[in-house]
Design a protein around this ligand. Structure first.
Ligand code: GDP
Length: 361
């Protein structure tokens, strides 16, 4: 599964600092050989302690973690949807991402100019969201007349037309579509087709100073601005400065600032949450690997993450939970203890499953 998260926000809020922190993680880069990094796109391995334990059990050195792509999307300023700043270039970047991480400046630093000299997180959020809404309105206004015309001769298109009109009303009220999921017509594929920006789930990442990081009531106030969306907190500058440290020292320092997880781990968890994802594991002497799938996937659907032929030719899945496998010490021992199950095509995958698929191709 190709997961990508677009990092958006006004200029000078710390997007690039966060992006560099997320993608130039030396600890991770040292552990996992494939963290490919392009100027504004970084593929980041998802930290997963289970993999190294499994690698020990199977005596393999090859670990392939699941990964997530981050894209640093510059150019969002007030009026961007009308061509201000970098104009609309950012739109295509956002369109290709599954979720948005909106970085909001909540640190004060007289040396770092704010885009319009006013420091107000709620106003900044409003500006960014308004641009997303306006960009979607443009898209809808381009499609609506065409669909209206087509629906006249093809009444089957009427549900799509209704959905589009409802979407237009929500956007016309200045609201993000992601906040109004319940009002959107179920089963309408129009949202997927148009890849509307404001329909993408948003995770808010407040870039705060050290004092706020450790202050629950300040953080609660910021969370309140975006509830029920997920609010995360980072001091991007501090975290990027900790990159050179080894993992233990870094964890210790983050903890001393009230952070029990790095922003990377927080963001990955939040992305799995908003996108309804989970992982499962495969393990053997050749490699151990984590795979990302949609929550509630059946075993054949999960097998398709490895290869589409695995889904087509699915016969069964041999499943053991990670905990049972680790406590038994080997797959053979887990089998002897009756912990390895054979599951069929209706089996719903669990996040801790270590799986071997049987298939016919
Ligand atoms: P972008 O335009 O949103 O990508 O912002 P940058 O990441 O380039 O950051 C803009 C400026 O703010 C840089 O000088 C950063 O060093 C600074 N900056 C970023 N994060 C923080 C922070 O958490 N605290 C402080 N004081 N400065 C920060």
């Amino acid at each position: 599964m190709n997961l990508s998260i677009g990092i958006v926000g006004l200029p000078n809020v710390g997007k690039s600092t966060l992006f560099n922190g997320l993608t130039n993680d030396h600890v991770l880069a040292a552990n996992y050989p494939f963290a490919t990094i392009e100027p504004n796109t970084g593929i980041v391995p998802i930290p997963d302690d289970r993999l190294s334990h499994l690698a020990k059990i199977y005596n393999t050195e090859k670990i392939i973690p699941a990964s997530m792509k981050f894209v640093d999307i510059a150019g969002l300023v007030a009026g961007a949807s009308q061509g201000e700043g970098l104009g609309n270039q950012f739109l295509a970047h956002i369109r290709s991402c599954q979720a948005i991480c909106q970085v909001v400046r909540a640190f004060s630093d007289a040396n770092v100019t704010h885009v319009d000299n006013l420091h107000s997180p709620s106003r900044d959020i409003e500006i960014v969201n308004t641009e997303l809404v306006l960009a979607d309105l443009h898209t809808i206004e381009r499609h609506l007349p065409k669909l209206q015309k087509e629906a006249k001769s093809n009444p089957k298109l009427n549900p799509q037309l209704e959905a589009l009109q409802k979407i237009k009303t929500i956007l016309g009220n200045g609201e993000l579509l992601s906040k109004n999921q319940d009002q959107l017509v179920a089963g309408s594929n129009i949202l997927t087709k148009l890849q509307l920006l404001s329909a993408k789930p948003v995770i808010y990442m407040f870039n705060v100073d050290e004092e706020t990081l450790a202050n629950t009531s300040k953080k609660d106030a910021l969370s309140g601005l975006v509830a029920p969306s997920i609010a995360l907190f980072v001091n991007a500058k501090l975290e990027s400065e900790l990159l050179e440290l080894d993992e233990n020292d870094r964890q210790e320092l983050l903890l001393s600032y009230g952070q029990d997880q790095s922003s990377l781990v927080q963001l990955i968890h939040a992305a799995y949450d908003v996108l309804n994802l989970q992982s499962y594991l495969t393990a053997g002497p050749k490699e151990v690997r984590a795979w990302t799938i949609a929550k509630n996937s059946t075993a054949p659907q999960a097998a398709a993450a490895i290869h589409t032929d695995f889904e087509k030719g699915f016969i069964a899945a041999e499943v053991v939970s990670y905990k049972d496998l680790v406590s038994a010490g080997s797959k053979t021992a887990a089998k002897e203890a009756g912990k390895v199950r054979t599951e069929g095509k209706n089996y719903i995958m669990q996040p801790d499953d270590v799986v071997e698929f049987r298939f016919n191709v």
